[in-house]
Design a protein around this ligand. Structure first.
Ligand code: UDP
Ligand code: MG
Length: 342
């Protein structure tokens, strides 16, 4: 495999001197979600292809996923596809959302490496080639990490806080300040396709997969045209998806709360009974019974919710149907199995 230079690097060279056919160039696919980007998509495509022209050592494939745009994005994409045979367009029947659009693109992309990036020029095309370089040096997942960003102060502050809370409430090593701009090796992309959960937080899934991961830092530009397609509503939904798909902290909180409430109720019950027996003169008739019943029910209910929540959590993780493990390679495999693979 000539795409991973280290030990095998000399072999293809030796082969090339014997056979005149040059080694196949690695194919790099781009997965490009588009939702109402009519004002910026042409500029994006021009800038991306200009950057790609500087890399004759690679072949490229561009997969635009039109996520149910309600504007003129689709005709523009169709025109781009007609003029450039590296371009493919997946047209969704409606708006399924950014994360699903990425997923569809990954299902279609065939490259030896797949890059996911936004189409509003916030993720600069030249940085995507830095991701490729990191990949050729042996990384299997390359995250593009935002060193700085030009979004609104609100968006920056909430994102900053969110990634830190998420990271502290899950065992998954979710990289800070990275969106969905990243490169995946073919093997990782294939494994990622096995994750078929519906409410998906792709960046979390990728982080949880393991493999050799590295980061490339970049300065995130301003949106070239139009407005963010992530209004507060979509942002909140993504945040909840991220939290609930990688952390059981909210469920554990119910259980903890249950224990606290039950302990307090028992104290309350003891107090109510003590008042009844030692200070019957100031205890209103019926008060003790009422207190005992209310506190007991409150405490046990809260704890039961926690117990039920724990089982719901297990059902949830089963329902997600994630692969149990991911294998990088099986050493000592039959030569015929691995031999023809490129
Ligand atoms: N996008 C999409 N479907 C959506 C929302 C957004 O495909 O429902 C695309 C959008 O066209 C862009 C990328 O996802 O290429 C990121 O969206 P946006 O730039 O609006 O998000 P922001 O950068 O503001 O977080
Ligand atoms: Mg953007």
């Amino acid at each position: 495999q000539d795409i991973r230079p280290p030990a095998q690097a000399p072999a293809p060279v030796a082969l090339a001197t014997v056979e005149p056919t040059p080694a196949r160039r690695p194919l790099v696919s781009y997965v490009l979600p588009v939702y109402n980007e009519q004002d910026g998509i042409t500029a994006f495509h021009t800038e991306l292809t200009a950057a790609l022209d500087g890399r004759p050592d690679l072949d490229f494939e561009l997969v635009y996923v039109n996520d149910g745009s309600a504007d003129g994005s689709l005709p523009i994409l169709k025109r781009i596809a007609e003029q450039d045979d590296r371009v493919r367009v997946v047209d969704f029947a409606r708006n399924f959302g950014h994360q699903i659009a990425i997923t569809a693109g990954l299902d279609v992309a065939q490259g030896d490496a797949v890059i996911v990036m936004d189409t509003d020029l916030q993720d600069p095309p030249r940085v995507s080639l830095e991701l490729v370089d990191a990949w050729r040096e042996g990384a299997e997942i390359v995250h593009a990490r935002r060193r700085s960003r030009q979004d609104t102060a609100f968006k920056r502050a909430t994102a900053h806080l969110y990634y830190r809370i998420l990271r502290s409430s899950t065992e998954v090593d979710i990289p800070l300040d990275t969106g969905d701009f990243r490169l995946l090796d073919r093997r990782v992309a294939d494994e990622l396709r096995k994750y078929r959960e519906r409410s998906r937080f792709v960046r979390g899934i990728v982080a949880s997969m393991g493999y050799r991961q590295t980061e490339v830092a970049f300065d995130r530009d301003e949106r070239f045209a139009g407005e963010t397609k992530y209004p507060l509503r979509k942002m909140a939904r993504l945040a909840v998806d991220g939290m609930t798909s990688f952390s059981t902290a909210p469920l554990k909180m119910i259980t903890k709360l249950g224990f606290v409430v039950l302990t307090l109720s028992l104290v309350g019950i003891v107090y109510a009974l003590a008042m009844k027996f030692f200070r019957p003169d100031i205890t209103v008739s019926g008060w003790t019974m009422l207190m005992v019943v209310v506190l007991f029910l409150g405490g046990t209910q809260m704890l039961s919710l926690g117990v039920i929540g724990t089982y719901v959590g297990r059902i949830y993780s089963e329902a997600q149907g994630r692969p149990l493990y991911l294998v990088r390679e099986v050493i000592g495999a039959d030569e015929r199995d691995g031999g023809g693979e490129r």
